[in-house]
Design a protein around this ligand. Sequence first.
Ligand SMILES: Cc1ncc(COP(=O)(O)O)c(C=O)c1O
Length: 452
Amino acid sequence: MRNRPMTILETYEAMHAGSRAWAAKAVGVFPSGVTHDARAFQPFPIYVERALGPRKWDVDGNEYVDYIGGHGALLLGHNRPEVMAAVRGALERGTHFGSSHDLEVLWGQQVIDMVPCGERVRFTSSGTEATMMALRLARAYTGREKVVKFDEHFHGWHDIVVGRLGPDDARPHAVGVPDAFYDSLTIVQPDDVEGLRAALAGREVAAVICEPTGAHWGTHPMSPGYLHTIRELTRETGTLFIMDEVITGFRMSPGGAQQRYDVMPDLTSLAKIVAGGLPGGCVTGRGEIVDYLELREEDADWNARQRISHQGTFNANPASAAAGLAALRLIAEGDECAKADAAAAALVHGLNDLFARESVPGGAWATSSMWHMNLGTTLSRPSDVEWDAAEEPEGIAPALFRPLRWALYNHGVDLMGNGGMVSSSHGEREVADTVAAFAAAIADLRADGALG
Ligand SMILES: Cc1ncc(COP(=O)(O)O)c(C=O)c1O
């Protein structure tokens, strides 16, 4: 007979027996049992059966308010009826024609109409492919090889963008990529004006690529003013500015971060929301650059020596095109971005009130509909919704991270990192349920001795 209450972890294990059984099978199939690094979780992750709007349900029947939102792809929430109807309509006609089709043209035009820098577009199958294409276009257009990225900024998993600087490293490296590859990569600290100026001074850099919110969708915020600095310094040195809007595109406004912050890049990489919850991405931007993909019938030298080639079986497949077109039209014509922003702001206020009431050290903040928190750390909470980029957030204290996630799963909330993505389907009920789940989790953490 149990003579003490169950711990948070014991409760997690008891409530998630079905997930545990699937996880036991998965470790024999996948490295770490997962198909994306961010889905790895100890002692095992939840297995989800279905989702609707802002919520999802696991194989044990537990319900969650979802803050992963398809890794950011679902600004409209899960299974938005108009998007689902468009996909169903497309599937009736066929999943793949291996030919050009009407929906891809309408989808491409919609991207051009919405993204401020968009003059021409080319679809890819993922965000990783989109940043790879943008960098290759930049090298082809400028005739330069070097690339500048910012420390910690994430642009997918292809060779050049996975280069990282360790604390004592003079140059970037990455396991599985030849060191020589990083002769062409310089990593600059975000918000470092002089560092960027020095990196661009030799006029050898093809492009500067950045996440406009700062690394990991604003987990490490960058001053919006720095985007203008990047624009000025790249323009002065003939360097291209690639704004990686794989997360922020169609989320921070219908025209993305570039519209919200009024900064015009030369090229933009997009994925996630652009494909309405199905696989897809694209590069858009100045026509004369994107046209380095152009095949010229009468110009063999151009085709062989100057243009870049591009294939991809599932580029602009009909189902993704239908989903993307339906989602982008809803975003362009409605107030989806504003609704998601408002729900995120309400959540931030609700959590900060709770943390203050419960004397919990920490605080939440949001950039548009992406929210983050410090918890169990010494930093004060922001006075408003946004974080002041002059101070680096601490996130969730490492010892608290797993117990907090377990406790929140037990009470029906699924976070992404130190916070998550809010959709336009999140409303007052989700905010109230999330704040209540945090209140219960705080009580559990205190009962377990994990939080003072
Ligand atoms: C800013 C950014 N760029 C690129 C990528 C890579 O996109 P994908 O996962 O579709 O390859 C991501 C993925 O999260 C991202 O956040």
